[in-house]
Design a protein around this ligand. Structure first.
Ligand code: HAM
Length: 423
């Protein structure tokens, strides 16, 4: 049996999982401060949700989905992204009858069959948020503001925000023709994928990852230059609101994003550290998505950030959240009666919120002490017949060996644990 996890997946063990928990808590907290409630979704959906939602011409749907038939012959797909599933749930639960805007956030694992490299996995995690029910540019600016504030609270600096508008479907169908006219005499020199995209969705060509194709595109016409007056006004209002919040951005008319549901605003937060997989967060407006999934005309806007990439960036900028220093007490026991008493005392201490472990292996005292030191306990009390008889013992601080006599009850022990670390 292959004992390694499948390619492109990763186990997260302590103490790293403690860092994940901290990030999750901070993300929950910021979303709640912006008025979002958490949504939890199934890990797989009917394939159609992504085919219709993310779009048949996207790389995700064409090449990257984990799709399978279940035993009853239904086509199901492990979610490759979150937005389509959230929109599906929005329709299913009739959330369009709630007061707008409806604000939902999530933390989830996603699955994409991609070429594995640093910062690109086949199972990965996102923190994301979606805001439904308002086409006002105030939503776009607030959504971007939430990401900006979150990154700032984590202490990240070298991340830049790039912004674009890809207009409404009308702007895009006009542009498709302009772009096709420009591409027609040139398309033969592009990669085979782009040749397919030429027919299906020429906008996708702008997002091609082949460097030679990118070079060929440098003087291609830009959709941004041909936005209709409403889309241009929408974009200008977004930038005005970002300016008012003091959020810095660069307009990049080449951002198209890899998913078909976007309209108008699109944005990416990109690391300025070379060598890391650049885009930490992507998002934008998707005014046609709910309708494409059978709901009404409900506009929406949101973002998702890659948690693995966020962690890489936090590490690169030395901003990883530190784990809270907590006292951890080990109750060593000299014999069976002491082991029994230790289990009871540990239970009482845990009820008081004190991290406490006792011997579960039947080790000698020496082996227990070695275990306590190696496993990161901050304090030890050794229990034997004397301690059980007197109801008190010696609390030893492992960092410097300092010892003091303490009564074996929760209040007394709590008050003696290092006040800096007791919580
Ligand atoms: P996306 O750009 O496909 O957008 O993914 C968002 C983020 O997820 C990326 O910027 C990246 O940090 C991370 N990510 C994507 N693929 C991988 C991978 N294979 N390995 C590691 N990290 C990855 C979406 O998913 C949209 N649903 C975002 C959105 C929400 N738009 C509106 N609302």
């Amino acid at each position: 049996m292959d004992q390694a996890a499948p390619r492109g997946t990763r186990d997260i063990l302590p103490p790293e999982s403690g860092i994940w928990q901290q990030l999750e808590e901070r993300f929950d907290d910021i979303c709640q401060r912006y008025g979002y409630g958490e949504i939890r979704l199934p890990s797989f959906e009917h394939t159609e949700v992504f085919a219709r939602g993310v779009g048949d011409s996207s790389d995700i749907v064409r090449k990257e989905m984990y799709t399978f038939d279940d035993r009853a012959g239904r086509s199901l797909t492990l979610r490759p992204e979150g937005t389509a599933g959230v929109a599906r749930a929005f329709v299913q639960h009739g959330l369009s009858s709630e007061a707008y805007p409806v604000k939902l956030y999530y933390r989830m694992n996603l699955f994409r069959y991609e070429a594995v490299q640093k910062g690109r996995q086949r199972e990965f995690n996102q923190f994301g948020a979606e805001c439904f029910g308002s086409a006002d540019p105030a939503v776009d600016a607030e959504v971007i503001g939430l990401v900006d504030r979150f990154l700032a609270e984590l202490g990240l600096t070298a991340v830049r925000l790039e912004l674009n508008s890809i207009g409404c479907p009308d702007c895009r169908s006009n542009y498709h023709e302009t772009l096709r006219d420009w591409l027609r005499p040139r398309i033969a020199s592009f990669c085979p994928d782009c040749q397919q995209r030429f027919e299906m969705n020429p906008l996708r060509i702008l997002d091609c990852k082949v460097p030679e194709d990118q070079a060929r595109l440098h003087d291609a016409p830009l959709l941004f230059d041909g936005l209709d007056p409403d889309c241009r006004a929408h974009f200008e209002r977004v930038t005005e609101l970002l300016d008012a919040q003091g959020i810095r951005y660069q307009i990049n008319p080449r951002i198209v994003r890899g998913l078909d549901y976007y309209s108008r605003t699109v944005f990416e937060f990109i690391s300025e550290n070379v060598g890391t997989q650049g885009t930490i967060c992507g998002g934008g407006r998707y005014d046609g998505l709910v309708a494409a999934l059978g709901g009404g005309e409900v506009p929406g806007c949101g973002f998702a950030m890659g948690v693995e990439r966020l962690l890489m960036e936090l590490e690169a900028q030395s901003c990883l959240p530190s784990l809270p220093a907590r006292s951890r007490l080990y109750l060593a026991s000299l014999d069976r009666a002491a082991q029994t008493a230790a289990a009871g005392l540990a239970d009482r201490l845990r009820q008081e919120g004190i991290t406490t472990c006792s011997d579960l292996v039947g080790r000698s005292l020496r082996a227990q002490m070695k275990y306590a030191a190696r496993s990161g306990f901050s304090h030890v009390i050794v229990l034997g017949s004397d301690e059980l008889a007197s109801g008190s013992g010696r609390l030893r601080r492992l960092s410097d060996g300092a010892e003091e006599e303490v009564r074996l009850d929760a209040d007394a022990i709590r008050s003696r644990l290092d006040p800096r670390t007791a919580d």
